[in-house]
Write a protein that binds this ligand. Structure first.
Ligand SMILES: Nc1ncnc2c1ncn2[C@@H]1O[C@H](COP(=O)(O)O)[C@@H](O)[C@H]1OP(=O)(O)O
Ligand SMILES: [Mg+2]
Ligand SMILES: [Mg+2]
Ligand SMILES: [Mg+2]
Length: 328
């Protein structure tokens, strides 16, 4: 897994660099609303092209399940945006792409997923809403083999290196390999530090983290669950899979994702984060305590929501979740 680890780190760092460049210059017309009413920017598309191209050059037989596709960049209508995304991708790639190769690279992420074989899953920007606001977002990449996550890498450009000094250095990369632990490094150095979740025995000592966007996870329900568990610390609200990073390194203790209605989570929104937690000593399940099943396609068809906690308190958190009748 060492060559996969190195290639994935390089790809995520390059894509993170691209996102940082865009953020400094994001202008009107570079954020588009997709048919499901969620936003996508030139950075999401550029980052997917970069990661897919780097993966394909190193592992041409592997398939990729990525969030974005090239539809809005095609034809005369897409020309302006396509040129922008192409020039962005080429600022970080060693070998420049042309128009056709750019579209091809982005669409290499269209695999349907499944039970067998080696598949990468990519969220080129997780937390696009956070990215646009200048808050937390992450480039998330994972390798799934025969339905199980074996490698997870997350690049978090706005994430403080030390949560106690939020205004200090920002930009962290997180990496986990199955059976080898979870590690953090700064964007500015290749030195890695192993991270662990906080060893906690009582849920009343815990702090929660949850989505900023209440339609992604009910704040009202999490407050009821917190009250049942005797949690007194205020919930930490943060966009993106950076929540998994916060809990994995012990800044917070519980991540509640109380998915509403019949929304099904995407595999790229949870693959890297779930391994990062497991390798840092935690449990990741859905709201019924079932493990997340990454073998069913592009979505977590058999799961509802996500609950992350230390093994000593996970079952108590699940019990509290079950006692609250969740908002739809
Ligand atoms: N209704 C929804 N419920 C849960 N998650 C959602 C919903 N709509 C979008 N998302 C996804 O939530 C993630 C952000 O989560 P958070 O709010 O915790 O930062 C994004 O990946 C986003 O998907 P998408 O990437 O398609 O926009
Ligand atoms: Mg996402
Ligand atoms: Mg995304
Ligand atoms: Mg999106």
């Amino acid at each position: 897994m060492s060559s996969e680890r190195a290639v994935a780190i390089n790809a995520v760092l390059k894509a993170s660099q691209l996102c940082q460049q865009v953020f400094r210059h994001l202008i009107d017309g570079e954020t588009i609303t997709k048919s499901d009413r969620t936003p996508v920017t030139v950075a999401d598309l550029g980052a997917q092209a970069v990661v897919n191209e780097i993966l394909h050059n190193s592992f041409p037989d592997d398939v990729i399940i990525g969030e974005e596709d090239s539809k809005i960049l095609r034809g005369e209508d897409g020309k302006q945006l396509r040129e922008k995304v192409l020039s962005l991708a080429n600022t970080v790639l060693d070998t420049p792409l042309d128009d056709e190769k750019l579209l091809e690279a982005i669409d290499r992420g269209s695999h349907p997923g499944g039970t067998q074989g080696r598949m990468w899953t990519l969220d080129p920007i997780d937390g696009t809403e956070g990215f646009i606001r200048g808050d937390q977002f992450a480039v998330c990449l994972a390798l799934i083999i025969d339905g199980h996550v074996q490698l997870g890498v997350m690049g978090c450009p706005n994430f403080p290196v030390d949560h106690k000094t939020p205004e200090g250095e920002k930009g962290c990369l997180f990496v986990a390999v199955k059976g080898q632990g979870s590690f953090q490094r700064k964007f500015t150095s290749a030195e890695e530090t192993q991270i662990r979740m906080t060893d906690i025995s009582s849920p009343s000592d815990a702090s929660f983290c949850e989505s900023v966007v209440a339609s992604h996870s009910s704040h009202e329900d999490s407050a009821k669950i917190a009250a049942l568990l005797g949690v007194t610390k205020p919930a930490i609200r943060m966009d993106s899979q950076c929540k998994y990073c916060s809990v994995a390194r012990g800044d917070a203790d519980i991540y509640l994702r109380l998915t509403r209605g019949d929304y099904l989570e995407n595999i790229w929104d949870h693959a890297s984060g779930s391994l990062l937690i497991q390798e840092a000593g935690g449990i990741v399940s859905d709201i019924y305590s079932k493990p997340l099943d990454f073998s069913l396609g592009r979505k977590l068809d058999n799961n509802k929501g996500v609950i992350v906690a230390h093994p000593k308190i996970h079952s108590q958190v699940i019990d509290a979740v079950q006692k609250v009748s969740l908002n739809k």
